[in-house]
Design a protein around this ligand. Structure first.
Ligand code: SF4
Length: 463
């Protein structure tokens, strides 16, 4: 029995799991109020990312493009950044925060966006927009390294380090860096903290991306994290970053620069990790875990107990998606006595081998497990198609749907993007509510599969 961690042994990528770094920076930027990012690159670097976000959330929101054309590859395109900032400020009087997000092409050209921002700050903003509160923030996200996950991590750190400002005294809030989550997760996390009477600055807060359609017309979604929230991060009791690779950098920065203690992880997926999260909140704030949460936990544990030994034990699962999510899901599957036999982590981060959670998986499993880094979806398909991998379930986002369809393996949609199931963004995978929802989704997928294949219906245990 072993758990092997290995790098994909092909150079090319067939059916990628992730998209590129600027997408992550865009995801972070939509979490800020009065913010519209300018992606400095071709229109596709925004259009396709916006499409993914819209398909996932089914909401309207705004991101701008400097819209490079061929001439930019020769002459550079900083003039388009300057024009873009001017147009944004003219058209959107409420906009205060404009991250300038680079892409592969503008990083290769060598466009000096930091210099352009200096020029804009000393020129356009002083002359045409004097007295207006505007912050131009460079975010370097070349897409020939990393992935949307590292792009999110970089942008979160860039926003925090730009705004964080010490007032010399600690205020009574904690920073909660959620990572790349859904509105449903934010709602669940806020509810857990509210029950503990803990005040938190939720950073890059996208709960409002499940927004109402009101009688007065269409609603444009925007994040809820304010400039003041970002400033005050330096004066928090501490920071809890739920995901190591999606916000961990910012938590470390606040600790090193402002002495704001940081707890990074675990991703609160499943009972065990949610317990640890609440214990961490208690340790940081001194607030007790109330009986109401013990009750909420009990309801979730009861729901899981109803499913584990009858239906979930021994089920073989493949999981792909964002690394923190995958690791959290794998830990949860193990707690449910399932066998996460294949984990696909898809970017070129070389630190996964040092991740204590990965080490724990490697040391603890009593079946054969593979963890593939820099992976793509062909790693999954090839194993099913050519290497005899038998699976009971796949956990991952909608890009894996054709493998599920072609090879008749049931799949529970989890992660980003999800566009072939309704309303998933509304449901948490984090917290006790998330544990219950996930386990029930997995069981229901297995039940539906039994109906569809007329196979093993006896496991339902009824007659
Ligand atoms: S890979 Fe490069 S060109 Fe393609 S979307 Fe990402 S940044 Fe734009």
């Amino acid at each position: 029995m072993s758990c092997e961690l290995k790098l994909k042994d092909r150079t090319g990528v067939i059916n990628p799991i992730f998209t590129c770094q600027p997408a992550g920076a865009q995801y972070a930027s939509i979490g800020i109020k009065d913010c519209i990012g300018i992606v400095h690159g071709g229109q596709g670097c925004v259009m396709f990312v916006r499409l993914l976000f819209s398909q996932h959330f089914k909401e309207s929101f705004e991101i701008a493009s400097s819209s490079l054309h061929e001439d930019a590859a020769v002459f550079g395109a900083l003039n388009r950044v300057e024009q873009g900032v001017d147009v944004l400020l003219m058209r959107y009087p409420h906009v205060k925060v404009i991250p300038i997000i680079t892409t592969c092409s503008t990083e290769v050209i060598g466009d000096d966006i930091d210099g352009a921002i200096l020029k804009l700050n000393n020129g356009l903003l002083k002359q045409k927009y004097a007295g207006r509160e505007v912050y131009l923030i460079p975010v370097h996200t070349p897409s020939f390294v990393g992935s949307m996950v590292s792009g999110y991590d970089i942008a979160v750190k860039d926003f925090v380090s730009y705004f964080a400002q010490s007032e010399g005294k600690v205020k009574g809030k904690i920073n909660l860096i959620t990572g790349w989550v859904n509105p449903g997760d934010v709602t669940e996390l806020k509810s857990l903290l509210a029950e503990m009477h803990v005040e938190a600055t939720v950073l890059f807060e996208i709960e409002t991306f499940d927004s109402p359609l009101m009688p007065d017309g269409n609603h444009v979604s925007h994040g809820e994290t304010t400039i003041e929230d970002l400033r005050s991060t330096a004066n928090a009791i501490g920071t809890i970053a739920l995901n190591r690779y999606e916000g961990g950098k910012a938590a470390t920065y606040l600790e090193e620069e402002f002495d704001v203690s940081a707890i990074i992880g675990p991703t609160p997926i499943g009972i065990r990790n949610t317990d640890t999260f609440l214990q961490n909140v208690k340790k940081m704030t001194g607030k007790a875990i109330p009986e109401s949460l013990v009750h909420k936990r009990g309801v979730a544990v009861d729901a899981l107990t109803d499913l584990v030994h009858m239906f979930l034990t021994g089920k073989k699962v493949a999981i792909f998606g964002n690394p923190d999510l995958i690791i959290g899901l794998a830990e949860f599957c193990l707690d449910l006595e399932m066998q996460p036999v294949l984990l696909l982590l898809d970017d070129d981060n070389t630190n996964y081998a040092k991740d204590p959670r990965v080490k724990a998986l490697q040391e603890g499993v009593d079946f054969n497990m593979e963890i593939v880094t820099n992976a793509d979806l062909w790693e999954l398909e090839n194993r099913i198609k050519n290497e005899g991998l038998e699976l009971d379930l796949i956990l991952g986002h909608s890009k894996g749907r054709f493998i599920s369809i072609d090879y008749n393996v049931p799949m529970v949609r989890v992660g980003f993007p999800i566009y072939d199931r309704a309303g998933h963004y509304r449901y948490p995978v984090m917290g006790y509510a998330g544990a219950m929802w996930l386990a029930e989704q997995m069981a229901n997928a297995i039940f539906t599969d039994m109906e569809y294949k007329h196979h093993k219906e006896w496991v339902l245990g009824v007659w």
